[in-house]
Design a protein around this ligand. Sequence first.
Ligand code: GLN
Ligand code: ZN
Length: 770
Amino acid sequence: MQTHNLGYPRIGSRRELKKASEQYWAGKLTADQLMSTGKSIRLQNWLLQKEAGIDLIPVGDFSFYDQVLDTSLMVGAIPERYHDLMQRQQLPDIDLLFAMARGYQQDGYDVKAMEMTKWFDTNYHYIVPEFTADQRFSLFTNKLLNEYLEAREAGIQAKPVVLGPVSYLLLGKEKQPGFHRLELINRLLPVYLQLLQKLDDAKAFYIQFDEPCLSLDLTAAEQQVFVKTYQEIKSRFPGLHIILASYFECYGQNLSTVLSLPVQTIHLDLVRCPSQLDDILATSFVNSKTRLSLGVVDGRNIWKNDFQQSLYLIKKAAEKIGGDRLLIAPSCSLLHSPCDLDGETNNAVLTPEIKQWLSFAKQKIQEVVTLRQLATGEYSADTDRQWKANIAAINSRRTSPLIHKPAVKQRVAAVTDGDTRRQHDFRQRKITQRETLRLPAFPTTTIGSFPQTAEVRNIRLRLKKGEITPAEYDTLIGKETATAIQWQESIGIDVLVHGEFERNDMVEYFGEQLEGFVFTSNGWVQSYGSRCVKPPIIYGDVSRPAPMTVRWSSYAQSLTDKWVKGMLTGPVTILQWSFVRNDQPRSETCTQIALAIRDEVLDLEKACIRIIQIDEPAIREGLPLRKENWQSYLEWAVRAFRISAAGVHDATQIHTHMCYSEFNDIIQSIADMDADVITIECSRSQMELLDAFAGFQYPNEIGPGVYDIHSPRIPSRTEMTELMQKAMDVIPADQLWVNPDCGLKTRAWPETKAALIEMVQAAKELRQAV
Ligand code: GLN
Ligand code: ZN
């Protein structure tokens, strides 16, 4: 029985890579210095895994930006718009990589970045490969070989990890009509074979092919491409030991194809899909020689492994196929875990009791090794100590009163269908709301946040450092809020916002005020490039000890006769952007959060806030990878939103907001949320996203974003009226609002002001025109 790891976080335990990359971009570090930061992170990671006792240590999991982009460079899939830069500017590889990732705007060039999208259902973003019909591939970089040699020199038994050719193609996009990207496999495969030849020459024995698309619904033809590809690889390199890895879901319908592939080891994500072990052990697979990699340690979450549960799975497999056909592993790459729990020393909220329940990447590596020792009976006194400590920690989590609040559980159990329904249906609410709110046609509003300027962030920082008192802090934030209210009033916006100056982050702000959440000081996870996030940890039953937003909302409302919109983050988004409990279904945790938000909504209503927005930008990204699981997710997600919103009177108007959303396939669920008004990101798609609503005859009100807030560009009035005209082609005018695409926190004031003034004028023109 061996141990291996699928990938280790590459950002460095103190975010060294983030800092070095950003300094390099700012011209404060040379390329050599950046390279040496990368090298030292790799070495540290390898040694850490070696010292822990991992048998097969991954190489190639390191990246200066993204592993999919690395693969594009490796196979020479460099879009044409970068060719000039490459040839005439002789851009070094690292700069070419960053140009593709971030765009290139210097020396008279203005070349756009490649598109970025979410990596399966994680919050990691990869750079989407671009393919043309006449796409050619060639072995362009030797990154993988070089890192393999570098590891070998450092005395590491390295296992190269590469994104498999089929998933690589599937994850990309055709940039022209008339072909399907999988047709390129015959041109791509020779490049992979060349790479394998080099690794073979360098005496690599193991290689891990990541083929995560095997977690998706595949057609029979797509499955056949997998079969042919791996047969070809096997026939060319019969001696190479291939570990095929997929994760985040069951193999499902693809299982029999996977079992038929000529590979030596198949990895199973037993955290997401423990049942597939039984499925496999019930087939003639048991009589083959293929090995199984048991992914029992959760690479996507921060909980300590339950050794008893993992050993149960490992022993079951060992009894059927023998321990020497097994490898123990994390469920997926540890890229999605924070680096090291030992980094949480200055953290007052992470008490020893809570800390003993957690495990970050470094600890997970240790868990993998200990599990192997326990399974093989290679006991030392230390193994024994870890076994006992594990049982104690798991038991403490099962029963701790810090986690389990009977009152919260009872309240969730007592939720009725009535709690998910507004007093009356939308048609009737609309009449009541028109009477109370008295808004003009095409009401104007914004999505919530105003620029988080250096001064605003500094106010929060000074409070945190104790340089100002809470009272001084309130005064300063109050001033920002008052200025924003006055300015919105002066330019004639109809529904105002308080500006969210008091918020660091739309989830953290609520997490900090809810019970059941803790925060790490160093639990960073890569989101994209140098950007890292620090998700809150939901460890216990969630409740709301006190109102969270009423003070700032009422203060803002007290300054004006116009309506000020209350601003909340919805339960699904809070869930989606946190590390979530694994001791109860996600739906249960989500309902708990929904009840806390419901109380907040009712308190806002009591404080005379008549319009309340509950942001749910993450509804769509929570969709399961397989369509068969969509319905049940959508049911509980929509129900949670409705629980949070439905307690108010008809006259109170509930808004929701979503960004980056393609709604076509989930439009029924969006309608089922029954928000009185939904604002969505629309401008970059030229209002095309609205087609989903139009086709469906969506009955409630909609604010399609009329300008892109991701760029400092100031849109013209005509541009915005034209977009609204397009919207009116498909949605009746009396359902429409006028607003930007999203919150304005990343913008500066000058462009924000200029753009909103134009937007208000655009709405006035529209009113005159109809
Ligand atoms: N109210 C939030 C804001 O304006 C919404 C952000 C989001 O949709 N991601 O910042
Ligand atoms: Zn948004």
